[in-house]
Design a protein around this ligand. Structure first.
Ligand code: ADP
Ligand code: ADP
Length: 233
């Protein structure tokens, strides 16, 4: 589903590449955890999947990244919006509307879907994420875990095949983190979504992962495998 072929990314003025010669294949319908020390290139790798690298962050990309066969060099993030949903650490940074329902609808606005399809997808996503009772609430009045579920919901309504999350639980307490992780696991198992998630609090998330991609250090090739095998490295 996601393929990196000899990918290197160098930011302007940086002494060394942020990612060096990464080759990687992430299969469809798995929850894949991306781990490694701070500064090793996890956000850069996620940005390559969402198309932020190289189109928005600067940085020169060599090699190729394809998502469901679409090459991110020729597809900008908006050309990937129906395919890749991206959620960051801070849900508040994500929101463009005031209420839960409006936020879920907003993600579909550029897709040209008929109004009844949009309404159906909002309903379906409210149910999927356990947000139906909160639909009319101002987002600012919700808890951190609820806000993160709204952020995820807003990128789910276009029905992406891939969901990319950069430390989605890092601002959350353990109970809220579990709410979010349970939702992600349901997406993978019920809808076959491919989830790629960077996380540094491993003990919290590793039980949910099908596969782990470890970036061991700057310039070192990724180690990929089952959680127990990679954790033993
Ligand atoms: P991680 O997510 O693992 O902490 P990042 O991908 O954020 O790693 O960063 C990898 C390296 O690239 C770091 O040295 C970081 O300082 C640098 N970097 C990240 N984003 C940019 C950017 N937009 N411009 C310049 N350097 C960057
Ligand atoms: P439409 O595509 O017209 O919105 P539906 O909302 O009924 O039709 O969804 C069509 C199919 O998409 C259903 O089989 C449903 O299981 C599936 N689906 C629902 N949510 C998602 C999602 N977030 N990502 C991918 N497929 C989804």
């Amino acid at each position: 589903m996601i393929r990196f072929d000899q990918v290197s990314v160098t930011y302007d003025g940086a002494p060394a590449p942020a990612l060096a010669d990464v080759t990687l294949d992430i299969p469809e319908g798995e929850l894949v955890l991306l781990v490694g020390p701070s500064g090793v290139g996890k956000s850069t790798l996620l940005g390559c999947v969402s198309g932020l690298v190289p189109h928005f962050t600067g940085g020169t990309l060599s090699g190729s990244v394809t998502v469901a066969g679409r090459d991110t060099r020729t597809h900008r993030p908006r050309d990937l919006a129906d395919l890749v949903g991206t959620v960051g650490q801070d849900p508040a940074a994500h929101f463009v509307t005031d209420t839960v329902e409006d936020e879920l609808a907003y993600g579909m606005e550029s897709l040209g879907l008929p109004p009844d399809t949009m309404r159906r997808r909002v309903e379906e996503t409210l149910d999927l994420l356990g947000l139906a009772d909160l639909r009319d609430r101002p987002i600012a009045s919700l808890s951190g875990g609820q806000q993160q579920r709204v952020a995820i919901g807003s990128v789910l309504t276009p029905h992406p095949q891939v969901l990319v999350l950069d430390e989605p639980t890092s601002a959350l307490d353990p109970a809220a983190a579990e709410e979010v992780l349970a939702v992600l696991q349901r997406l993978v198992h019920d809808l076959g979504t491919t989830v790629l998630m960077a996380e540094h609090r491993l003990e919290r998330v590793v039980q949910y992962a099908d596969q782990v991609v470890l970036l061991p250090g700057p310039g070192e090739p990724p180690v990929v495998g089952a959680p127990a095998d990679v954790m033993a490295v």
